[in-house]
Design a binder for this molecule. Sequence first.
Ligand code: DAH
Length: 339
Amino acid sequence: MREQLEKIKNDAVKEIKVGTDSKGLDEIRIKYLGKKGLLTGILRGMGGLSTEERPVIGKLANDVREEIEAALEASVNKIKSGEKNKRLLEEVIDITMPGVSSKIGGLHPETKVLDEIKEIFFGMGFSVAEGPEVELDYYNFEALNIPENHPAKDEQDTFYINDKVVLRTQTSPVQIRTMEKTKPPIRIIVPGRVYRSDAVDATHSPVFTQIEGLVVDKGITMANLKGTLDTFAQRFFGEKTRTKFRPHHFPFTEPSAEVDVSCFVCGGEGCRVCKGSGWIEILGAGMVHPDVLRRGGIDPEIYSGFAFGMGLERIVMIKYGIDDMRLLFENDVRFLKQF
Ligand code: DAH
């Protein structure tokens, strides 16, 4: 029996040494130590031994079991770490390989120009006010002195939600909304989306952006309007820029003017950008009509004000030499990347 045990041990250790994967080692374990295994077989035969021999052989059998188990474990560990190293080598990341860089986004030219315009007006003490795009007909027209029969109210020009509600056609209604809830001095700009029932072409879009301005205080005159717009024009288009006020009519201002800036490309001599005139029209403006102040809850005997409104897309197009407004809305990355 002693010799049998010795042989089992030697055979097992030998087999374990040549085993190369976990599965093979499992088979060896079953062959020797399993329920029907060789060592178990020996232990079963121990019944026939004498009382002196039994503990001796029992101990020997246990030693053999322990040795086989130890050999198995050592081998399993070796194989496992070998398998792990192999996997690590296969999974290695080559950090010298060129990477796939993700594209970085940028600001839309309208956002850039709007930020710039806001900064200029912030510098003159203005703050930003906002109002609803779905607006009461009252604020969009009536409160601004636009009479019931005015062509701008025509369904061909205005999107009606119902009899009393429209998509605002201008940012001017925010003038009234602000006056209603703020006491002078008021100094705001109102950037926002406006809607008109226009067909899309190179210079028109049913949705576009306006920037409204409103100043109300004691003693505000046309000179303040001119000074404010001159400062804006010089900071935005360049120091040498001059403004020109042409008489015009808006129902909500009196007097009213259309304002041109001297061409920032040719300086006023005439070029392609200003179409030879030396001037570029950029906004409408005027002194707030007393009736409009009154509707905003402000006494025109004590206060006066000026207002202006410009189209952001137009200014962006002038500034960057863009000849088709649609480019600003299509968001083609090849176009947007250029700014
Ligand atoms: N709301 C006018 C428009 O959409 C623009 C405008 C002109 C606004 C004169 C004003 C202003 O505040 O004083 O055509």
